[in-house]
Design a protein around this ligand. Sequence first.
Ligand SMILES: [Zn+2]
Length: 308
Amino acid sequence: MNLTIPLRESGTVAAPSVSPATLPGIGALTAHPGDPSATAAASGIPTSRRPRRSIPKVLEPLERWARDSRRLVGTSRTPVRILGEEYSLPRYLYVGRKGGGDLQRIGIFATLHGDEPEGVLALGKFLQTLEDHPEIAEGYAVFLYPLCNPTGYEDGTRHNRAGVDLNREFWRQSRHPEVRFLESEIWMQAFDGIVTLHSDDTSQGLYGFVKGSVLSEHLLQPALLEAGRYLPRNHGAVIDGFDARSGIIHSGYAGMLQSIPGMSRPPFEITLETPQQAPLHRQVDALVAALQTILVEYRYLQAIAQNI
Ligand SMILES: [Zn+2]
């Protein structure tokens, strides 16, 4: 696959192709017949006795960029204790070349549902794209949170090991350390934009949620268009129980990851959803295409705003 994605400000950029063979741990991530975790799930073996997926393995591409990239300036691992075991919540900071305007701070959150590894894999590929095409991230500080639910990822479950859907817990005085850490990051980093990556096993196509700034919809539209080079869009009038138009939903679940409620000038907020039954490498490519489009379009909209 060698598709070309037009970028508004910098000509064209060849979209990097990805094959299943280049994705880490793919055998353990998809529910292929013969996959031990899938077999364990199907056979009703309790979660606690299934083999755990490897966190170091899935983070390996990001760790490699952390070592090799001059622009990946900061990584942190915030320790958390979940049901008596020590875990850490990783964060990577990629600082793009200086642009013309103010630095824009973007937070990207993935794998808040542990059985959606598409997000963490997409962020590894996204970093590669930024390295190959640094103009995409010009003027940005991009904060990546690739594995927001480490115990759910290990277990291959939507919920964390305490049995909680973390994406219903935000700004509700949650006691779960994953949510407390992410809320504190949202407070402290004062993001201009928040993007969350999910995949939906009940959807046949791409779609997304918008909240926050009115700009959000004007960013999601082109993002879905570019991602549509890899996967079809969900054009249903109702998606996931919400009214939708051209794959865009204007509401959302109470307690989903979002900016601080009640802000007078909220950041743009986008949740991207891929159809989980589609081939993994296509979901990864679609998410990467959507993310780079959001950065390019937002910079373009900021430039227009500054000239008004
Ligand atoms: Zn999800």
